[in-house]
Structure formats: structure tokens, C-alpha cells
Design a protein around this ligand. Sequence first.
Ligand code: AMP
Ligand code: TRP
Length: 328
Amino acid sequence: MNRVFSGIQPTGNIHLGNYLGALRQFVELQETEECVYCIVDMHAITVPKPAEQLRESILDVAALYLAVGIDPEKSIVFVQSDVGSHAELSWILTCSSYTGELSRMTQYKQKSKNQESAPTGLFMYPVLMAADILLYDTNVVPVGDDQKQHIELTRDLAIRVNGKYGEDTFVVPEGRFMKSGARIMGLDDPTSKMSKSAENEYSRIQLLDAPSKIKKSVMRATTDNVGAINYDPENQPGITNLINIYSAFTDHDPQEIVAKYQGEGYGTFKKDLVEILTDNLAPIREKYEKIRHSDELTSILKDGAQRADAIAQKTMERVKKNFGLGIR
Ligand code: AMP
Ligand code: TRP
């Protein structure tokens, strides 16, 4: 059985990109693997926010994890800062990382906007992510395409440390990416990825959106003036993105969808997509409402933190021994 680890930041509302790129894999994998799913609150403070808001967002994301089908009987679900070893291992890895490789991370370059001085947390972000993964002797990391570079860095760090401190120090993990859904684009602009922080709320569909918002977002989605449903990422990126979403929810492959809508206009296709989305997201919203303010939610997270901590402690003992750290 493989160990699976992944995390999502408790910021804003989780959208279709997060669901199709990451969360859907989380649910699938728990049937066959040993899964650990984290709410990465320490990554969230790389961009400071009010304490009250962060605490609410942690619970929002935890409730969404459960609402999409993560089963706490099968998977460990916990909050990153509840397990102290994440920060501890992050420092140890920092000492094997280089400023050059960190400054080449695309996400860092985008977020720091190439300014000469940027928040150090943004710079160190991928090292903390590597610590998250390596702490659990992870074999597989299900994520969206945008995390590929961070996974590569994690592998590089693991291999480098193993070479210096002993091959048994870390398990070298692999990323796992979906065929359709690994990169869902903005509905208003199919050249940039769907994001939690884009200003235009109609650029994304959030898992908890009301049917009216889903409808508006899809009907307004940018297409083109070709006027035919084709799977053509280059020339018809807008409609192609919608086909990808359709495909991910129905398990029909893109070419089947294209064939089905031959001779139809964008309106008919979009109306059907609205129905598919509304039907699929309704049960998630219902389950979320039930669990979000329940005591069960906090007890699941506390129990998850204990189980995660037990695994983390073992890894830290081995790592500290290999590095010659500590005396206990
Ligand atoms: P984040 O929103 O950055 O915390 O991302 C959480 C997870 O969702 C990560 O595995 C991302 O790779 C994935 N993800 C975020 N945006 C998208 C997108 N537009 N398409 C596919 N996956 C995404
Ligand atoms: N960096 C990831 C993102 O923005 C979130 C994350 C943090 C993560 N730690 C992780 C994902 C460990 C997978 C494994 O999406």
C-alpha cells in the first residue's frame, strides 16, 4: 500500500480547479492507499490575514474535504500547524536547499512580482511543502499541474539529503496528475488558470456556489466566434476548457463530447454543462451545510492531528539521528 499525502491552503473558496485537479484524486485514492490530507494553514500565512478569518477558512476547507467524500475512517485529515514537526523539518530541509533553485520557482516569481525584496515566507514556501510531504514517507502526491515544479524540488531535496545523510533518510515521492482536470482555466480568460484570488467572481465556479451563480458563470464564459464545438486548445481555448470540465464530471472523453454536439451552438452545450454542474455540486453543498458547524468536525481534526503526529514523530527520530541532531 502506498502512502499518499496532499494539502490545500485554507484561503477563499475552493473551486472547480481544486476539485478536478486535486480533491477528486484524494477521494479516489483513499479506497486503495493510506492517505493523509492536510489543511496547510502555515502556507496560508505567507500572505498575512486576520486570525478570525484564517480560523474560519480552516474549518471551511475541512468541511469541504468531508463534503466531497473524504472519509475520516479511511484517511487522516488534519491541520498542518497542529503537528509541530512540519516547521522543524522545514528548517532542516532549508539547510540543504539553495537560494538559486528557490528563486527559480514560477509561483514565487509570480507572487513576488520580481521585486528585489519579497516576503521571505513566499520564498521558503516550497521548502515547507517539501517538509509536509517528506515527513510522512510519502510515495504519491496528488496535485494539479501547477504544483509540478514544487514536487520536482521536493524530489531533488530528498535525493540530495539521502546522498549526504543516508539513503534511508527520506522516501522519494512522485506527483500524480489527472488527465483531464489537471489544469482548469479561468472562465473569463482561458489563458490563465482558474484561481481563488482572481477579482472577477465569474471567472471561477466554487463548489458551494448557488445554482444561479453556476448558471451565470457558465453562460458568460468566454468562447470565440468559430461557432462550433471543437477540442482545440490553441484556437478555441475557452470552449476546450468547458469541454474539459464537462469531461471530468461525466467521464466522457473530449472527442465523444465533440461528436455529441456536432452542429449545435454554444448555447445548447453550455445549458447542458450548467445542468451537469448543478446536479454534481448540489450534494456537496448539502453535506457541507450539515457538517460545517458540527462538533464532529473539530473532533475529526483533533483525532487526525494525533494520528498524523504519530507518523511524523517516527520520521523525525530517524531524520535527527541521520543528521546527528539532538541528544535524547
Ligand atoms: P491551492 O488553491 O493553490 O491551495 O491548490 C490546491 C490544489 O488544487 C493543488 O493541488 C493545485 O494544484 C490544485 N489547483 C489549483 N488551481 C487549479 C486549477 N486551475 N486547475 C487544476 N488544479 C488546480
Ligand atoms: N502548495 C500547494 C498549493 O498551493 C499546497 C500544498 C502545501 C501542498 N503543502 C503541500 C500540496 C503538500 C501537496 C503536498 O496547492
